[in-house]
Design a protein. Structure first.
Length: 312
């Protein structure tokens, strides 16, 4: 366990198309040269803020679209104007746990504040386009992304997919996140990866952080399609794929918006519906059904690549 240190040293990183200046070390992110740099997002540590705000555990308070949340054993976080994250750490809080919230929930709120559409899933670059793989926790999104990466297709994002502002005239672009994946031990075993040099995710002893610098796409890519990954409710041993019709696409996009409960709290329902409708009309959406048991990523990869080839 590593507690948050008292340093005020600032470091500079790039992720989600943002230049970030941070008092919290973020080794997952790509460092950048600070000379002449103008920062889009600052991350600061204010140890006293938590003593001035009374919030129940896991309570989210939104005022003028600024978000304050109390994550017990980690910190009180405040996300403001899409350009500042303030961390007020709990006593003895583990730095790894704080980073999980910063790079997850806090970044999700930042993207919403900046008008960037966030999806919950993994994005892979295939033949000059980005393909989003969304699904509920445990669906196998990261495992599927790894299987595609093993075929030579680079990662754009894992967990939070940032889709740039778009219109009828401007195609949606997926903005690269940072070169890291999270995989369960079961998936590591299936891919033949040894976990000895990998760092386990805080609170999840069987899930690991996987650096993927050598197989990461640093360029924004136009979004080509969305694939929803679900587990089969029957005993079938075969992976299947189905196109989704336009009306159902809206529900899928809403379900898999990252931290979608914040959309209403931040008074972004109309904005979100407008962009969701635009995405639903512009892009093909598919449902990938995988057997509940067994390792079927290779089958899914074949279905995906055949589908993309047919679309092209």
């Amino acid at each position: 366990m590593r507690t948050l240190t008292a340093t005020k040293t600032k470091m500079a990183y790039s992720a989600f198309g943002l230049a970030i200046e941070s008092e919290l070390p973020l080794p997952e992110l790509a460092p950048i040269d600070t000379i002449g740099e103008r920062f889009d997002l600052e991350i600061i540590i204010d140890r006293d803020l938590k003593d001035t705000v009374l919030l129940e555990p896991y309570d989210f308070v939104v005022e003028d679209r600024n978000v304050t949340v109390n994550m017990p054993e980690a910190a009180l976080f405040r996300i403001e104007d899409g350009n500042r994250i303030t961390i007020s750490p709990a006593e003895g809080a583990d730095e790894d746990l704080i980073r999980l919230y910063v790079l997850g929930t806090c970044i999700g709120a930042v993207l919403l504040q900046r008008g960037i559409y966030p999806l919950h899933g993994s994005a892979i670059a295939i033949n000059g386009k980005a393909y989003a793989f969304v699904g509920h926790s445990g669906a196998g999104k990261s495992t599927l992304a790894s299987a595609l990466m093993n075929q030579g297709y680079p990662l754009l994002s894992d967990d939070v997919i940032a889709v740039s502002p778009f219109s009828a005239e401007q195609a949606p672009l997926v903005i690269p996140a940072y070169p890291q994946q999270k995989l369960w031990q079961q998936s590591l075993d299936a891919f033949g990866v040894n976990n000895e040099e990998l760092r386990a995710i805080y609170g999840r002893e069987n899930k690991y952080c996987i650096p993927v610098e050598a197989n990461f796409c640093n360029s924004a890519m136009p979004l080509g399609a969305v694939f929803e990954l679900v587990k089969s409710e029957s005993d079938t041993a075969e992976a299947l794929i189905h196109p989704i019709q336009k009306l159902e696409r809206l529900d899928i996009l809403f379900q898999h918006t990252y931290r979608q409960f914040l959309v209403q709290k931040m008074d972004l329902t109309r904005w979100h519906f407008t962009l969701s409708a635009s995405l639903a009309s512009q892009l093909p959406v598919y449902r990938l059904v995988r057997p509940a048991d067994g390792f079927t990523a290779p089958q899914l990869v074949e279905l995906i690549l055949n589908t993309i080839s047919a679309e092209e």
